[in-house]
Design a protein around this ligand. Structure first.
Ligand SMILES: NC(=O)c1ccc[n+]([C@@H]2O[C@H](COP(=O)([O-])OP(=O)(O)OC[C@H]3O[C@@H](n4cnc5c(N)ncnc54)[C@H](OP(=O)(O)O)[C@@H]3O)[C@@H](O)[C@H]2O)c1
Length: 347
């Protein structure tokens, strides 16, 4: 079978700052051992963390990339009772986190970073790393959901913290990347009001069309936290899905209501230091800041059931063939996408 490997000897051209490249190699798919399932991968999607792998954030040389993938079961090993050839499945990026809160024993095996990931024609995984893909979702849609969808899902449901949003609550999202668009869709389906931020007029229209109740251009309105506060009559939002990092956190703290929550998800707005003065309202407003780390296999099952029941269709920005996977990375690195960049093995 063919698979891509991370290759630090040839950084990917067309991705400024890349320290690592992608090499198409032949690999023996082997046969699944006891408890293992072999999957013919049909689709993948890219996440910000996959890009950071190219920047050298993790020691991934020689590993198969990508956290996200969906496909069809082609063979099962001894003792596998949950799946049979022909089943449509999607992998949980945390391949050994089954349910409940994260723990030292369940927080390590992240596909595409710590162990081989999903960017191959076939993968062999423990049965426990897979869940069924609902019939209403294509492989491309299914592959869009695990990493970004789970992070949005756990932000809203509270994940292990159980700080779930309630219908009628207000959720603030940032930008139009994978996590944030799922957060908009899930929050609307949960009966919440959404205030979304973004960088351009065209993307403001996209967010409104997706159901966002208010959209703020954070380039034109750098004090968007105060603008969100005003939109809530000075009360503040119940939850901020904080994907930006140190450059957005101060405004997120301004936007949050007393007793509100901030789901600490990412750093897509860039790294940098943060003035602790901006953090003081965390205390004054008695805010809860909590992380999620995507979610467990149980969370993935719950989220897929929710997506299925609510007819939620992931926003797919663009689709590239497996053979053009490096172009998918180049496009994603260009930062012009809205939603998910997908690789289809069926294209
Ligand atoms: N903790 C976890 O389990 C987990 C899981 C998934 C992702 N993450 C993290 O969450 C972040 C988002 O991931 P992703 O895959 O959704 O990323 P992505 O698709 O690459 O997001 C890109 C978008 O982020 C928006 N953005 C950039 N700077 C911004 C800023 N200053 N303020 C608001 N929006 C900004 C831009 O949208 P606009 O042009 O519309 O502003 C941009 O198109 C990443 O840091 C990722 O590592 C964490």
């Amino acid at each position: 079978m063919k698979a891509y490997n991370f290759d630090s000897s040839a950084p990917l051209d067309g991705v400024p700052g890349a320290a690592v490249g992608l090499k198409l190699v032949e690999r023996d798919p082997g046969t699944p051992g006891p408890g293992q399932v072999q999957v013919a991968v049909k689709a993948n999607s890219l996440n910000f963390v996959d890009l950071t792998c190219l920047y050298g954030a993790f020691p991934v040389d020689g590993r198969i990339p990508l956290l996200d993938g969906a496909g069809e079961v082609v063979a099962v090993g001894d003792g596998v009772y949950g799946f049979a050839p022909g089943d449509r499945v999607v992998a949980n990026p945390h391949s050994n986190w089954l349910a409940g809160p994260p723990a030292p024993g369940s927080n390590g095996m992240v596909l595409g970073i710590v162990v081989d990931g999903m960017l191959g024609e076939a993968v062999t995984l423990p049965e426990s790393a897979l869940v069924r893909l609902p019939d209403t979702l294509t492989y491309e849609q299914g592959a869009s959901l695990p990493c970004a969808g789970l992070s949005a899902w756990s932000s809203l449901s509270g994940g292990p913290s159980k700080y779930a949003v309630v219908p009628g609550g207000t959720v603030l999202t940032q930008g139009t990347g994978g996590v944030s668009l799922f957060a908009v869709q899930f929050a609307k389906a949960m009966g919440c009001r959404v205030i979304a931020t973004t960088s351009s007029a065209a993307k403001m229209d996209t967010l409104r069309a997706m159901g966002a109740d208010h959209v703020i251009n954070y380039v034109e309105t750098p004090e968007w936290g105060a603008a969100a506060l005003e939109l809530t009559g000075g009360i503040g939002v119940d939850l901020v899905v904080e994907v930006g990092g140190p450059n957005t956190l101060p405004q997120s703290i301004v936007a949050a209501k007393t007793g509100g929550r901030i789901a600490m998800v990412g750093i897509v707005g860039g790294m940098g230091s943060i003035d602790y003065t901006a953090m003081l309202p965390v205390n004054h407003k008695v805010l809860t800041l909590y992380a999620n780390g995507m979610g467990s296999r149980r969370d993935l099952e719950d989220m897929l059931r929710f997506v299925d029941a609510n007819g939620i269709a992931p926003t797919v920005d663009s689709t590239f063939a497996f053979e053009a996977a490096p172009d998918a990375y180049r496009h994603f690195a260009g930062r012009g996408h809205i939603g998910k960049v997908v690789i289809s093995h069926q294209a």
